[in-house]
Every structure is written in structure tokens, then in C-alpha cells.
Design a binder for this molecule. Structure first.
Ligand code: SF4
Ligand code: SF4
Length: 117
């Protein structure tokens, strides 16, 4: 396991989960992720990327929501767990993410190369 994949696992385990509004995907859109996380996602064609971007959507968003849920990027997991990325529908975990972990995640975002999902 690479140091980055260890970090990703560490962060994933520490981002609190919560229940969303059923069927909602309002926070999905064009997101960026580390190349390591990107490598875990199915490859989409240039056309699929362009079509999603034209709608300010994500190429992995399907009729029934996120199609890569188990491997969705950290930024998708973070949404709703911090006041900085608050859910517009007021959904949230009982306890928001620990501020130190959030800082570490942002440091990681700044350190590693990111690409558009
Ligand atoms: S976090 Fe909020 S906006 Fe995002 S999918 Fe869940 S309910 Fe919808
Ligand atoms: S990867 Fe999944 S959760 Fe993240 S923006 Fe795309 S569809 Fe939404």
C-alpha cells in the first residue's frame, strides 16, 4: 500500500457518514480528485467528460445517483460534514468532521496533483 493510499484510507475512515435526502444528488457536480483516487474510478471517454461538464455534472452520476459510491472521492465524502461544505437541505452527521482531520485533508489536497473527475 502506498503512503497516499494509506492516507486516503485514513481520511475515509474519519469522515462521518450521514443519511441524505432520498434520491438527492444536489451536491454532485464537476469535482476534482487526486490521481490515486481517479485511478480507482472507471475510465470515461472524452465525450462523456465533455457532456457531464457541459451540464455542470459528474460523469459518474447516473439515474439512481452516484455509480461509484464505494470509491467516490474524498471531496464527495466531505460534503455535508463541515460547515464549509454544508448540505443545502440541512442534512448532516450527528457530529461534524473533526476540525484537525478536515485540515489534514485540505493539506493533502494541496500536496497532491488533482484532476477533474
Ligand atoms: S449532502 Fe445534501 S445536497 Fe448532497 S446528496 Fe446529501 S442531501 Fe443532497
Ligand atoms: S463521484 Fe459520485 S458523489 Fe462524487 S460528484 Fe460524482 S456522482 Fe457525485
Amino acid at each position: 500500500m502506498t503512503p497516499n493510499s494509506q492516507k486516503i484510507r485514513f481520511f475515509r475512515e474519519r469522515i462521518p457518514s450521514f443519511e441524505c435526502k432520498p434520491g438527492c444528488h444536489d451536491c454532485c457536480g464537476p469535482v476534482t480528485t487526486s490521481t490515486e483516487e481517479m485511478a480507482r474510478l472507471p475510465v470515461k471517454s472524452e465525450e462523456e467528460h465533455a457532456a457531464a461538464l457541459a451540464e455542470l455534472s459528474c460523469p459518474h452520476l447516473g439515474e439512481k445517483g452516484c455509480q461509484v459510491y464505494a470509491e467516490r472521492p474524498l471531496i464527495c465524502r466531505l460534503f455535508g460534514t463541515t460547515p464549509r461544505l454544508a448540505c443545502p437541505h440541512g442534512k448532516r452527521p450527528d457530529a461534524m468532521i473533526d476540525a484537525r482531520i478536515e485540515q489534514q485533508i485540505h493539506r493533502y489536497f494541496a500536496e497532491v496533483r488533482h484532476v477533474l473527475v
